[in-house]
Design a protein around this ligand. Sequence first.
Ligand SMILES: [Zn+2]
Length: 420
Amino acid sequence: MAPKTVKDLKTVTTNARPMVEAALEAGGGCLRLAPNWVPRSFLHPGKRLKLHPDDLYAYGLNRGGIDERWFGSTTEAANEGRVPDEGLSYVVFEKRRVLLRDAVAELGADIVGKAIWKKYKRWPVYSKFFDNMGPIPHHMHQSQKQAQKVKQDGKPESYYFPPQHNNVGNNFPYTFFGLCPGTTKAQVRKCLADWNKGDNGILDLAPAYRLKVGTGWFVPPCVLHAPGSLCTYEPQWGSDVFGMYQSLVEGREVPWSLLVKDVPPAKHKDLDYLVDQLDWEQNTDPDFKANHYLEPIPVADTAKAGYLDEWICYGRIEGWQCVTAKKLTVQPGAKITVPDKGAYCLINVEGEGRINALRLECPKLIGFHDLTQDEVFVTETAAKAGVVYENTSASEPLVILRYFGPEVNPDAPDVGDANK
Ligand SMILES: [Zn+2]
């Protein structure tokens, strides 16, 4: 009998190569991954991840509720009190599992592709579903330069709000981005000085935007954002750095430690340093929406062939492309070949079918330890050769979200191109 849960699997911790090679051979260059759940102690789960309601606190109530599922991750979750493999995805094959991180360490370019392996020696990006009942604090992610001071990587991220996970918008489907044009550094400094007085008022300085299902945003480092309560597909750089600038959210305290988590210890009380972490020009940009809002853009007109591929996450930071993502919709009965330029990780958000030699099936309800058939990592070689997708349903589309590593899609659009 095929294993049903991770408890049925033996974990391979040394010499991953034979198992991964056998998995690649059997899967036609595709590796099946197990669901990878991450809790956050300071947040309130939104209950739209298809995780069984009994398992929302499977890590323990003290660890907080599970409000994230990470895809194709070789990045550890930076949670206090974490379990050793928290945030790390596992490759599953027959009755064994191995960390994707270990598989990449051993097979390198054969999995992530030559250019990425040469430059980063790892799979440097990941994506997640981010699912909360309410908004989260106005925060930023450090730039590479800032994060390096604490031996971390900076983090750009982008968002897409999948309809399949957003039947309800929960408590506050609006996101504050940046700061109102004209805001002064002294005003933000005062918010930090007022931290312990209660609500430090930083949202009084920020504009909010209504979140629209089926669209997204591009968020470079050093840009403040207080994500609203839509369930979000979030491709990003493989790093978990952040600084929270808001002291109170929905009546819950945000400790100062979450503002300075990734700041050098000598700067923990340096309010000017903390204000200067923000990219002032981008935060106060009067055209913020035009420069950060994303709408899906079709890759090509392929409706007649029974499918549509669309860019959902795109954008560049000073010309550099960190991560991109596409949404593939395959109509019932269609079987198509989709070539890509680099390795990717996919999540099946609707329908069923096949990808090369592997079965795809979007689950309805997932237990904390359950295995699924909805997440696959595709090697660069397989992606370039063209992956065969088949929708085996008579009535439902097969919908796949997939994200790519840095600089693999020079043909991807720029922010704003949807309006051209
Ligand atoms: Zn963020």
